[in-house]
Write a protein that binds this ligand. Structure first.
Ligand SMILES: [Zn+2]
Length: 409
């Protein structure tokens, strides 16, 4: 065997106590007690180990442009109109450099798989697509990076956008997104992306239902089309911030419909906290959908970073564990089992959302492993504990040293 992680507490079954994980040829070959030593042995010391953190929704292509955007005046902000004028100046090199910086932060925070949203339209054409495809190839040693192409600035109102999306799909883009809120005809955009998803047989991952009022939610049209075209299990709704404006019983009823239809939900706490409730100047709503409530009603949920250092979220350290802590804090979650559910929304639930078939701590799966400086998933989230080591397909990709206090002198 090439590698053994000794005394690891498995994140999906921490009650089993410390176990050894053996790795050979990039795959997990055995999990058990006393598996012996290998060429490379890591002593986890009873710490938590998971199968890698999964970022299901981030925007690498427009990360790290906060400094190019005007500082908002007043309460109202529109990140799309703040960003659109910048896009004609995005070069392949510029996008690559910014996306790489963000990706590297994600890696050191324990992310080993990712789906990134990526904008395509006549202003940026396919330059971001080309840049992030190169990045994915260059960092294959550390992460599996999947691209979801989408029209951020509208499709029906922006001639040429759909043709460019089709060009990206023909070049192999595996997922198609949408942002109907920013289209002059949201319903037609949703119809078009469902038609393209059927034509190219790709999954859908849509930005949905952010706004001041729970009226006119687009999720009902998405439910109808998912059922009509039998796309269950292949449709994700990101944000769903308007769910936070519904009473719990109404939200639970809608969640059960989503679960039955096979529509998953990614909650994006940082962006929704930054953008929601801007119509008020006091008593501002939090605007974050309750992922625990959705999961309790059967919805496959993930939590993700979304925007990093741009007009939609001028903050970010690419720590998914911090994102789960933020969700717990904002939704006022205290029960350990609910914190554990949130950890699942960075790991195995995210894998289910992305339809990954080879994720998790099981013999035969790729040895994507992250050692976190915590004994349990709930402790990792409550205390925002850091990853100490990361392996991708059995190869060490990240070393992080635990900070130490000096002795008195
Ligand atoms: Zn997004």
């Amino acid at each position: 065997m090439d590698l053994v992680i000794k005394n690891a507490r498995l994140a999906d079954r921490p009650e089993d106590g410390p176990l050894d994980i053996a790795v050979e040829g990039g795959r997990i070959t055995a999990i058990g007690h006393g598996l012996g030593d290998a060429g490379d042995t890591y002593e986890a010391g009873g710490r938590l180990v998971c199968g890698g953190l999964i970022e299901t929704h981030i925007h690498l292509d427009k990360s790290r442009i906060a400094g190019r955007c005007p500082v908002p005046e007043g309460r109202r902000v529109n990140p799309v109109t703040m960003t659109a004028p910048l896009k004609k100046d995005f070069t392949v090199e510029d996008v690559y450099r910014r996306a790489e910086a963000t990706l590297r932060e994600c890696l050191v925070n324990g992310t080993t798989r990712m789906r990134t949203q990526l904008e395509i339209d006549p202003a940026v054409e396919l330059r971001s697509f080309d840049a992030v495809r190169s990045l994915a190839a260059d960092y294959k040693w550390a992460i599996d990076l999947e691209i979801c192409v989408f029209p951020q600035d509208g499709m029906t109102n922006y001639p040429g956008t759909e043709e460019l999306l089709v060009a990206a799909l023909k070049q192999g883009a595996p997922v198609l997104g949408a942002a109907p809120r920013y289209d002059s005809d949201p319903a037609v955009q949703i119809e078009r992306v469902f038609a393209l998803a059927r034509e190219f047989d790709v999954d859908l991952d849509l930005h949905l239902d952010v706004g001041d009022s729970p009226d006119q939610m687009h999720i009902y049209q998405v439910l109808e089309l998912t059922e009509r075209y039998q796309r269950g299990g292949r449709v994700v709704a990101g944000h769903m911030a308007k769910l936070s404006l519904l009473a719990p019983a109404e939200c639970a009823a809608l969640a059960r419909r989503l679960a039955d239809a096979g529509i998953a939900v990614t909650v994006l706490p940082a962006t929704d906290l930054y953008l929601m409730g801007r119509e008020r100047d006091h008593g501002v709503v939090r605007g974050v959908a309750d992922a625990n409530l959705l999961a309790a009603n059967g919805v496959t949920c993930s939590l993700s970073s979304n925007n990093v250092l741009n007009a939609a979220t001028p903050y970010g350290d690419c720590s998914l564990i911090r994102m789960a802590n933020m969700h717990a804090n904002v939704l006022q979650i205290a029960a350990p089992e609910e914190l554990r559910d949130l950890f699942g929304m960075l790991t195995e639930r995210s894998a289910k959302l992305l339809n990954l078939k080879d994720y998790g701590l099981m013999p035969g799966n790729p040895a994507d492993l992250v050692v976190i400086d915590a004994a349990t998933p709930e402790q990792a989230i409550a205390e925002i504990r850091p990853p100490l080591g990361v392996w991708k397909r059995g190869r060490r990709t990240v070393i992080r040293h635990k900070p130490e206090l000096l002795a008195p002198r």
